[in-house]
Design a protein around this ligand. Structure first.
Ligand code: ADP
Length: 171
């Protein structure tokens, strides 16, 4: 068992593909074969190797998380998770929490010490930003308690309104 280390959670206003962390999380779709939004940005920045690696994963169910290398990204790994489509799931909150919990599990299993999340499901999947952010912060705070090797979690926001929500929740 390692000695106690300080853990930090922070919000940043940035493009997640530019972050120098051990792993970034992708808000993917169940095929893992690329899409728009943050998924498209990650595939563009990582290069074609990422799509090839994703093909070998055979898809991903909602709430689950799978890992690939980061290829041309500054991050060593990409952890792909599939958020719930807000209006078509009966229990979207549980599935969204699963995304955060399972992403942390996969990260820690791979030695990740710093991890960045986008605001999963808050784009085309339609999850209200404030509700989604509350679930994200609560689940990450909880997961950190049992994963002391994870030192730093970043909530990475591409737009100002959601960044403000995270800052407020973390203050
Ligand atoms: P989902 O299908 O899970 O809703 P989206 O990619 O549509 O995924 O949106 C998820 C969130 O990621 C949205 O809040 C969107 O503004 C944000 N986002 C889009 N591009 C980036 C990026 N390059 N870096 C960080 N966040 C991003």
């Amino acid at each position: 068992m390692g000695k106690h280390t300080k853990q930090t959670i922070e919000a940043v206003l940035a493009d997640i593909t530019t972050l120098h962390v051990d792993a970034i999380v992708n808000a993917a779709n169940p095929t893992l074969l690329g899409g728009g939004g943050v998924d498209g940005a990650i595939h563009r920045a990582a290069g074609p190797g990422l799509l090839e690696a994703c093909r070998r994963l055979g898809g991903c169910r909602t709430g689950e998380a799978k890992i690939t290398p980061g290829f041309d990204l500054p991050a060593r790994y990409v952890i792909h998770t599939v958020g719930p489509v807000y209006y078509s799931e009966r229990h979207p909150a549980d599935l969204l929490a699963d995304c955060y919990r399972n992403s942390v599990e996969v990260a820690v299993q791979n030695g990740v010490r710093s991890l960045a999340f986008p605001a999963i499901s808050t784009g085309v999947y339609g999850y209200p930003a404030r509700e989604a952010s509350q679930i994200a912060v609560r689940q990450v705070q909880f997961s950190l308690l049992t994963h002391p090797s994870l030192e730093r979690v970043v909530f990475c926001c591409i737009d100002e309104p959601i960044f403000e929500i995270y800052k407020q929740l973390l203050s």
